[in-house]
Ligand binder design. Structure first.
Ligand code: FAD
Length: 347
């Protein structure tokens, strides 16, 4: 009897983690004709994308919008049939706690970095001395970052623009978005919009100005952020539902061992399916410790090398607290999508 021709079989792709990364990977694999198995430790798909009810209103419990200028997010929403529910937040302006009160962010920031010293001075977020120190960036001798070298954002900003702008603007914004400390945040991973510009310029203000100009070209054709009516949790639910309709199998509800220190096993089982490819789309640490126990790397088994790289990615916990106030009880005109608080200040 002739051996079965494996190359003609539908490949099975196992995706571990049904957050938006795993859902997107599963969607792509299904598009490519693979038999998809989607595993998650949680009972519901979506990971950090979730929606809850607070005083009769639907609110997002994680991400509430995605960058509209990246076409992939919008295309994915349309692909799963929610194109008619695309919406954009009413405001994208933000406040920062500075000088004992909430203040509007200066116009023209690129992730906390000023593209205009005039707007910076007008905003009064910095002291006059802080603005003067930031202006030195235009005349300080250049120390360009070579293209193949990555640096931490914090020290670079302090060196060029001074400590005040770092502490009051850059660190709260970048630290808040990345749940981390800008002194340990890679320029290339944390502020890719700036990383390319910095390589050609000694001045961070000039690099931010160029980055903003590039952004404005895109902003001219639509809103900066998009979301889905009913919340992004609805979007995740819809992807999971559509994947099931397309024949993808999923298994959920197996608990990872989490913070106990014991390595977590990928959840559940593949129902006996042998996979041609597996996609780790869950937090890096469990994968890292599990894959390090694999046989030595080879061209057919590169996992220990990948695992070592994953293990180098630091992560931290984030707490989400949802509060609702009666409008009459709030003195401040809350017309902002976000407010930031510098580390160490009590707001
Ligand atoms: C409060 C908050 C607000 C945010 N706001 C925004 C925003 O407005 N815009 C934006 O673009 N981004 C935002 N983000 C970031 C964004 O939500 C995340 O980057 C994104 O959702 C991560 O998706 P993911 O699939 O990579 O990971 P996750 O969503 O973390 O999914 C990982 C999945 O893996 C599962 N898992 C874990 N361990 C195992 C295991 N051992 N076996 C099997 N499964 C496992 C988990 O249950 C989870 O479902 C925000 C994040 C937070 C926390």
């Amino acid at each position: 009897m002739a051996p079965a021709d494996d190359s003609r079989r539908t490949p099975t792709v196992v995706v571990v983690g049904a957050g938006i990364s795993g859902l997107a990977a599963a969607w792509e694999a299904a598009d490519a004709g693979a038999d998809v198995v989607l595993l998650d430790a949680d009972r519901r798909a979506g990971g950090k994308l979730g929606t809850a009810s607070l005083l009769g209103r639907r609110i997002d419990t994680g991400a509430d919008a995605f960058l509209a200028r990246r076409p992939e997010g919008t295309a994915f929403v349309q692909d799963v049939g929610l194109g008619g529910s695309l919406t954009s937040p009413a405001t994208s302006s933000a406040l920062v706690w500075s000088g004992g009160r909430l203040q509007r962010l200066p116009d023209g920031l690129l992730l906390g970095l000023p593209s205009s010293l005039v707007s910076l001075a007008r905003s009064r977020v910095l002291s006059p001395l802080g603005v003067a120190r930031a202006a030195l960036d235009l005349v300080l001798p250049g120390d360009p970052v070579p293209a193949d070298v990555d640096v931490a954002v914090g020290p670079l900003v302090r060196r060029r623009l001074g400590a005040e702008i770092h502490d009051r603007l850059v660190d709260p914004l970048l630290g808040g978005i990345n749940a981390g400390d800008s002194d340990h945040l890679s320029l290339q991973a944390g502020v890719p919009q700036l990383a390319a510009a910095v390589q050609g310029h000694r001045s961070l203000v000039a690099a931010a100005w160029l980055g903003r100009r590039r952004q404005r070209r895109h902003e001219g054709i639509g809103p900066v952020f998009s979301s889905v009516k009913g919340g992004l949790g609805r979007f995740a639910d819809q992807v999971a539902r559509k994947l099931a309709e397309r024949g993808s199998r999923s298994s959920s509800g197996s608990r990872p061992s989490g913070s106990s220190g014991a390595p977590a096993e990928p959840a559940a089982s593949t129902g006996g399916a042998s996979s041609q490819a597996s996609v780790p789309a869950s937090p890096p640490t469990p994968w890292s410790s599990r894959c390090r126990r694999s046989p030595p790397p080879s061209s057919s088994n590169p996992t220990p090398t990948s695992a070592a790289r994953l293990g180098d990615i630091a992560s931290s916990s984030v707490a989400m607290v949802c509060l609702a106030y009666r409008e009459d009880d709030v003195a401040h005109p809350w017309t902002a999508a976000a407010s930031w608080c510098p580390a160490g200040t009590a707001g």
